[in-house]
Design a protein around this ligand. Structure first.
Ligand SMILES: [Zn+2]
Length: 245
């Protein structure tokens, strides 16, 4: 027996809308069911994202005059968004174009005071990791690539750098190695940090890429994934992955 249901056109639309909303709700519930237990643990973990330079300190720049500080800030915002979406308490040392220590006439050491303010934030927020974002520059214009640096005496920083590097290597043409580096920021007791150089502004091709929002998003996604993978078991293993833009 054939059953033919004939719907009038004016009744079809509400049914379609209702079906779509119901489907969406069910999908949302299924996602929440998977994510909530991980979130409750991850929410207690603070990650401090540090966009290098800012304000009166522009950092390095490309040939067109685009400043490192702006690229660092843009990528840092995107990393934070990814981490927050995964339930991590991600905070930033600066959220806008400002330095952390102002220039004071007659008083030197502004750069060191600026770095000290970032370290102080890592301590105050009890950040598990400090992830500092920078752009590189070289007199050799062909040099390019993203590298995560760590302090060789800090095993947590090294583990984080290796994890981030592995993710970065998935999105860059030439794989690079995470490397030990001499950075005041990373050598402080109690700081588990990395400095991620996200590319060379002296390389015209890489500098152009770093201006693109979707390329910045790719970098942010890789760094966020690297951070999540490096979280120790105590902070709760994430069951979520950052979402693609
Ligand atoms: Zn820098």
């Amino acid at each position: 027996m054939r059953i033919i249901i004939i719907l009038r056109k004016d009744k079809l639309l509400p049914i379609l809308v209702f079906g779509t909303v119901l489907g969406g709700l069910l999908l949302l519930l299924s996602i929440l069911y998977r994510v909530v237990p991980a979130r409750s643990r991850l929410g207690q973990t603070t990650i401090l994202i540090d966009p290098g330079h800012g304000g009166i300190d522009g950092g390095t720049q490309d040939r067109a005059g685009n400043l490192e500080k702006d690229i660092n800030l843009s990528i840092a915002h995107k990393i934070r968004t990814q981490l927050v979406q995964c339930g991590v308490n991600a905070v930033m040392t600066r959220e806008d174009d400002s330095e952390l220590a102002p220039y004071q006439p007659g008083r030197g050491g502004r750069h060191r005071r600026d770095l000290a303010a970032r370290i102080e934030q890592a301590r105050r927020t009890k950040a598990l990791f400090l992830v500092s974002i920078h752009c590189d520059w070289s007199t050799a214009a062909h040099r390019r690539g993203m590298v995560a640096f760590y302090y060789y005496r800090n095993p947590f920083g090294k583990k984080l750098a290796l994890s981030i590097q592995e993710e970065l290597n998935k999105i860059q043409p030439q794989p690079q190695k995470a490397a030990p580096g001499q950075y005041y920021l990373l050598e402080q007791p109690g700081i588990n940090g990395v400095i991620v150089e996200v590319g060379f502004l002296s390389n015209p091709e890489e500098a152009a890429l770093l201006q693109q929002a979707d390329y910045q998003e790719k970098i942010a996604l890789a760094i966020a994934q690297g951070i999540l993978r490096a979280l120790p078991a105590a902070a709760g293993r994430p069951t979520t992955t950052p979402s693609s833009p």
